[in-house]
Write a protein that binds this ligand. Structure first.
Ligand code: DGY
Length: 323
């Protein structure tokens, strides 16, 4: 049987590219830049499968054009809010993702951002690099204590639970969370975590609030004025989920009126465009979407996407079918 024609939209780790080249007639786009609408329209008629990722803006017209030709979108990444699932379904295109393999690294960076923001590591580094450090003194860059504080989590799936484990077992934090569906008591107990009925209830109790829900229309601006108004004053917000989960206007207001004490952010509404207001706040630690950016995890994501592709073209059901 002929090998499937596959387009990989961005550069991947060499080992995974080599593996894919062995099982598919693969094209690896070079340069490593976002696909344009024209690239997508050309790909719609030229490939059996595309392997896109979070930074690919797939135009609405792609799906109809790809119908009957592209059979699979094997996404490199767990989040798929950049893919229109209804349109893919109507066009007969299967969509897969890469859950599980990036859980630990994403929770690690969430914990890192939480600590960096609470303990003002970004401000301190800027001071030091600027040659402005005047030495140790009792009242220098006083931050917030993490150990023993209360962490609120929004979204208690794999990554939310991994965050809870780190916070509770590593830092003795009390954990409260909100999740759309009821979480089994044994899972709550394993993380010493308490499920509350609303995000506002979670925000009201939390010294730190960390977001771990999926992106997409259902969670767009989930963290807005109502949540900020309910917050314990001075709460620190951490977002490693998706930028549009936060209403950025309400976010800046909350920083200005002191409701929000600071934020550790890895994701933004219009990536890579950054609202310049973020740069004004020393109390924000800003990372450029690095949640899964370790050598082991980026390779594991690639292998997972290739496993899904291989299974699909072997006529089996891939492990990670989204639709
Ligand atoms: C994902 O997989 O959805 C991440 O945001 C990229 O690591």
């Amino acid at each position: 049987m002929a090998k499937p024609k596959v387009l990989v939209t961005r550069a991947w780790p060499d080992a995974v590219q080599n593996r894919l080249a062995g099982i598919a007639d693969a094209v690896f786009r070079n340069p490593d830049t976002p696909m344009t609408d024209a690239d997508f329209m050309a790909a719609a008629r030229s490939y059996d499968a595309l392997m896109p990722t979070v930074s690919d803006r797939i135009p609405a017209v792609f799906y109809e054009a790809a119908a009957g030709n592209v059979k699979l979108l094997a996404n490199y990444g767990v989040g798929y809010n950049h893919i229109d699932l209804d349109a893919a379904r109507s066009a007969g295109i299967t969509v897969t993702n890469t859950p599980g393999v990036l859980t630990d690294c994403t929770a690690d960076i969430a914990m890192g951002l939480l600590i960096a923001t609470a303990r003002r590591i970004g401000e301190g580094e800027r001071e030091l690099r600027g040659g402005d450090w005047k030495g140790w003194r009792p009242m220098h860059l006083i931050g917030r204590k993490v150990s023993g504080a209360t962490l609120g989590i929004v979204g208690f799936g794999r990554i939310g639970q991994a965050m809870a484990r780190r916070a509770h077992h590593g830092f003795g934090m009390k954990v409260v969370f909100h999740n759309r569906s009821r979480v089994a008591q044994d899972i709550c107990d394993a993380h010493a975590a308490t499920q509350l009925d609303s995000i506002e209830d979670v925000a009201a109790q939390s010294d730190f609030l960390s977001l771990h829900c999926p992106g997409g229309i259902e969670t767009r601006h989930l963290i807005g004025t109502r949540v900020f108004d309910a917050m314990k004053p001075g709460c620190i917000l951490v977002n490693t989920a998706r930028g549009d989960v936060i209403d950025e206007e309400a976010f800046f207001n909350a920083l200005d009126n002191g409701r929000l004490g600071g934020a550790g952010l890895d994701v933004y509404q219009n990536e890579p465009g950054l609202d310049p207001r973020f740069l004004r706040y020393e109390r924000c630690v800003l990372a450029p979407h690095l949640g899964s950016a370790t050598d082991a995890t980026r390779a594991a994501m690639g292998h997972c996407a290739v496993d899904n592709l291989e299974a699909f073209f072997a006529g089996d059901t891939p492990a990670d079918v989204v639709t």
